[in-house]
Design a protein around this ligand. Structure first.
Ligand code: COD
Ligand code: ATP
Length: 235
């Protein structure tokens, strides 16, 4: 199985690229969705976070007030790291489970869309790694236009992540999303060819088909040995 890492900065265009993959039949595990599920009312993550941050981060219906918690953690690195530590086991487990379900379905290529792929050291499980890069001014403009947040909030969120240029230097493939959506689409077509190239042997052995091939070979080997042994010993 090929697990492609997709990362970048906040509002750099990861979800836009993810949607391109999905429309070509390549499944995407979205870490933001997993993280949202890990913080739903009544879950283990929710209980830990409420115990740590108090009732003031809750809405009247008991769900977490995400913008409120965001304001707290994106303006305070210690609180952000604390939140990351509380949620990390739930997010890792959630991602693992989603990958496992896709493996069981027999997918050979999947994409992991993880904003904090490098920060959370999950890059070691993915190859190739695609970084969606955008120039800093365009990034902040798109972020403010999409989230309608204050400039201070937006800049806090950008500064909470590893600089995009550092992520770019760690990438196997860089998509420059500073231009138009048509530019992005053109780059994506080339990336799609790379990502869907034939699996390496290692990737094949990690796929469901590879594991079934190994099991079938072992089973037939054992059957042949047993047959040969019983023929020799009884003749
Ligand atoms: C603080 C929370 C409640 C704010 O929720 P909100 O709905 O406003 O933002 P959302 O979850 O949609 O995240 C938007 C973007 O913010 C960035 N981001 C989210 N969490 C973090 C973080 N801990 N550090 C740096 N950037 C982050 C990502 O680029 C993400 O795509 C939420 O982001 C959260 O629970 N974060 C901690 C979990 C986490 O690490 N998520 C990232 C998955 S790898
Ligand atoms: N090439 C582009 N031209 C214009 N707008 C774009 C382009 N690419 C993305 N956008 C817009 O920029 C915003 C951010 O893009 P997107 O949501 O894909 O980023 P993201 O990296 O997934 O963000 P997050 O980290 O918050 O999940 C969206 O409103 C999207 O529609």
């Amino acid at each position: 199985m090929r697990i492609v890492g997709l990362t970048g900065g906040i509002a750099s265009g990861k979800s836009t690229v993810s949607n391109h993959f999905k429309s070509h039949g390549i499944p995407v595990v979205d870490a933001d969705v997993v993280a949202r599920n890990a913080l739903k009312k009544g879950t283990g993550g929710w209980k830990k976070v409420v115990a740590a941050f108090g009732d003031e981060i809750l809405l009247d219906n008991g769900e977490v007030n995400r913008p409120r918690l965001g304001q707290i953690v994106f303006s305070d690195p210690d609180k952000r790291q604390f939140l990351n530590r509380l949620l990390a086991p739930y997010i890792s487990y959630g991602i693992f489970w989603e990958v496992f379900k896709l493996w069981m379905k027999g997918y050979k290529v999947i994409v992991l869309d993880v904003p904090l792929l490098f920060e959370a050291k999950m890059d070691k499980f993915t190859k190739p790694i695609i970084v969606v890069w955008v120039d800093p001014e365009t990034q902040i403009q798109r972020l403010l236009a999409r989230d309608r947040s204050s400039e201070e909030d937006g800049r806090n969120r950008v500064n909470a992540q590893m600089p995009l240029d550092v992520k770019k230097s760690k990438a196997d493939i860089v998509i420059d999303n500073t231009g138009s959506l048509a530019d992005l689409d053109q780059q994506f077509q080339k990336v799609l060819v790379q990502v869907t190239s034939p699996l390496t042997w290692n990737e094949f052995w990690l796929s469901r088909q590879g594991v079934l091939t190994i099991l079938a070979s072992i089973t037939s080997g054992v059957v042949l040995c047993v047959k040969a042994f019983s023929k020799n010993c009884c003749s």
